[in-house]
Design a protein around this ligand. Structure first.
Ligand SMILES: Nc1ncnc2c1ncn2[C@@H]1O[C@H](COP(=O)(O)OP(=O)(O)OP(=O)(O)O)[C@@H](O)[C@H]1O
Ligand SMILES: [Mg+2]
Length: 348
């Protein structure tokens, strides 16, 4: 019997929660082996930077142990100020020459000191058969920020074998889970940021991080209702009822969601200006923040586009005795990036 291809365990370390996803390749599809999320102490990850490695390490170790994950090869992803993704247009070169060129010339494309970053690149081969120029995706990530993550994982006896970028992981799982090459906007709303990635003809043409997210709602509720962050979070999730202040709460949701939609519209308008003949077919939402009640229909109203909530597990198999289907359904949106990491091979 052929040996099953090993996949990495996806670990998405967000600012609010760590999400873990372990998949197995089965035939043409995937089987969910383990899935879970654990909240992180406030402030332990900020702007994509690990502030409290011990706290985060402990949270991850407990989650792995609860999920009984033995395979310790993991893949993580990064985002925020410490990583820069840039598409550059270059003369067509052999892989080796390209590597040399990037190493010596990267400085002119990125605003970091070249000795302080890890560089990676991919020739997107947009030159066609006879073209002389091609697009190259350049990724530069701050070494100290990445090393902090790698050290923290190794401290927990985990083997990090892959460092991806949030937006790439999301794009990968969207394409893998749906097989779709429609023109869509992938929008992940987390606790502290919103990532917008517009795909056209199967490639990312506009990607940006905006500093808005679900924490905003919690903070505004805390201020308006004069309660602490924890209580405000429960009010936000509807776990504590609000009676007299219902109107105030609704107003905060309205204002914040309106701001989110404005950011989406800005990106869509920019895309449409550059691709007037390639309309978007849908907006695809993920991230915990996308679970705000009524958000989907609000965005549909405001943009006139169809909006769906992304469930990367829709066509995956799983053991119903081990994993509750309702749990998968509920947690699917914020699991998208972890799932995108979990489809990557671990044969390093
Ligand atoms: N039903 C809901 N309504 C509003 N917010 C929600 C809901 N469910 C979860 N959230 C919020 O989603 C956030 C967690 O989502 P997610 O795990 O995607 O964030 P994260 O990845 O940790 O953050 P980031 O990517 O911004 O660093 C929390 O702020 C949580 O309060
Ligand atoms: Mg996130």
């Amino acid at each position: 019997m052929a040996k099953k291809e090993q996949l990495v365990t996806g670990v998405d370390i967000g600012s609010a929660a760590v999400k873990v996803c372990k998949l197995q390749k089965t035939g043409k599809g995937y089987t969910i082996m383990a899935l879970g999320s654990a909240a992180l102490p406030e402030g332990s990850v900020e702007d994509g930077v690990l502030q409290e490695p011990e706290e985060v390490g402990k949270t991850i170790a407990t989650l792995f142990s609860n999920l009984k994950i033995k395979n310790s090869k993991v893949g993580i992803s990064i985002s925020g100020y410490s990583v820069i993704v840039k598409k550059i247009n270059l003369e067509v070169m052999e892989e080796e020459d390209l590597a040399e060129y990037i190493t010596s010339e990267a400085e002119q494309y990125i605003p970091f000191d070249i000795d302080e970053v890890y560089l990676d690149f991919q020739d997107l081969k947009t030159n066609g058969e006879h073209g002389e120029r091609t697009d190259v995706m350049l990724v530069a990530a701050k070494k100290d920020v990445i090393d902090d993550y790698l050290d923290m994982l190794q401290e927990q006896k985990l083997k990090p074998v892959l460092v991806d970028v949030d937006g790439f992981a999301l794009e990968n799982i969207w394409e893998t889970a749906t097989g779709s090459s429609d023109n869509v906007a992938l929008i992940d709303i987390g606790a502290s940021k919103m990532n917008i990635n517009i795909l056209c003809d199967g490639a990312s043409v506009l990607a940006r991080d905006v500093v808005v997210g679900s924490d905003q709602l919690t903070e505004q509720l805390a201020n308006a209702l004069d309660v602490d962050f924890e209580e405000a979070e429960k009010i936000k999730l509807g776990l504590i009822p609000v009676e007299e202040q219902q109107k105030e709460v609704e107003e905060i949701f309205n204002q914040t969601c309106t701001q989110w939609v404005l950011e989406m519209k800005k990106a869509i308008d920019l895309y449409m200006a550059n691709h007037p003949d390639k309309p978007l077919s849908r907006l695809v939402l993920s991230g915990g923040g996308s679970k705000v009640n009524g958000l989907l229909s609000f965005i549909e109203q405001e943009t006139g586009l169809e909006v769906i909530s992304f469930n990367p597990f829709q066509h995956m198999n799983f053991n119903r005795k081990k994993i509750d289907p309702d749990y998968i359904e509920a947690i699917a949106p914020e699991m998208a990036i972890a799932a995108g990491l979990a489809i990557r091979p671990a044969d390093f």
